[in-house]
Design a protein around this ligand. Structure first.
Ligand SMILES: [Zn+2]
Length: 299
């Protein structure tokens, strides 16, 4: 595993389509380590984290995005949250899930996820959050997001996303390519058929990103024959922004009665961050101090 993870943005042809391509091998490996995911969960979470970073790259400044994949399969829910600066975090309901390979000999991500819905919640800061929901297509993540872009954002898109998991359970390669037709190009049949031809030839995206090639090299290869213009790049990483203070605020929102009960029971409270499994302990003294602070603000 070499080279750091990053995302590149590019335009195709005469600005007929835009491309997001990103290597997320370290992101997937970090998530695997933090959550101890079994291979099929590593693939499902890695793919969703990759898509979270793509959606994050579409945001402005301080906006954030949360993806919830809620299927009826044995993996439970997949939750991923990303910002516009290349930071992503996420978890799955059942990280230890063990499923046999599917009929194609691949990790059975679709089976693990099952049927259900994909939710995208874009937090726009002061404005009302945007909430988009689409039914899952096959639970393999890539097609589900292609459908989301088409149905919810009216943007015809191709989504290729994959994680190659080694025999020791560690991701060897992870990444994604998202191509979106821009409004003017939707009727440009010559361009579209050229693009479709190129997309038919793409090898499995997980193997594309498992070697030493950079996202730029991969984009140039995948779209050879089409004009490619790179716009910019951004580092991406698995990063949780939780803190003791954040959990303290969450405890405060429980209210005086609940906190008093906890103090009366005389037990320390241990909270765990779902996204990174970090533990934060609150002693009875901590809880008492929070109660006092609450009392002071009330007085
Ligand atoms: Zn955390």
């Amino acid at each position: 595993m070499s080279g750091h993870d990053y995302l590149v943005r590019a335009m195709l042809g005469d600005n007929q389509a835009r491309v997001f391509a990103l290597k997320t091998t370290h992101v997937a490996a970090e998530a695997q380590q933090v959550h101890g995911t079994a291979p099929v969960a590593t693939a499902a979470l890695g793919r969703t984290l990759t898509m979270g970073l793509v959606l994050g790259a579409m945001l402005k400044d301080e906006e954030t995005i949360t993806i919830q994949i809620k299927g009826d399969g044995p993996i439970g829910s997949i939750v991923v949250s990303a910002d516009s600066h290349g930071n992503v975090k996420g978890y799955v309901g059942n990280p230890r899930i063990d499923l046999p390979l599917n009929s194609a000999g691949k990790l059975a991500v679709g089976e693990a996820v099952g049927r259900g819905h994909l939710h995208v919640i874009r937090d726009l800061g002061l404005k009302e959050p945007y909430h988009g929901t689409v039914p899952l297509q096959n639970g393999e993540i890539g097609e589900d997001f292609a459908y989301y872009f088409a149905a919810s954002e009216q943007t015809p898109s191709a989504v290729l996303v994959g994680v190659l998991v080694g025999t020791d359970g560690v991701p060897l390669g992870s990444g994604g390519i998202v191509v979106q037709l821009l409004p003017d190009a939707v009727r440009d049949e010559a361009f579209i058929s050229k693009l479709e031809e190129r997309l038919k030839e793409v090898p499995p995206v997980s193997t594309l990103f498992s070697g030493d090639r950079t996202p730029e090299e991969i984009v140039s290869e995948v779209f050879s024959g089409l004009e490619v213009r790179f716009l910019d790049s951004q580092r991406v990483s698995f990063l949780c922004n939780c803190s003791w203070e954040r959990f303290e605020r969450a405890l405060v929102t429980l209210g005086v009665e609940e906190l008093e009960e906890m103090v009366d029971e005389g037990k320390a409270i241990e909270t765990i961050c779902h996204f990174c499994n970090k533990r934060y302990n609150f002693s009875v003294e901590d809880l008492n101090r929070l109660l006092q602070e609450l009392g002071n603000t009330r007085a």
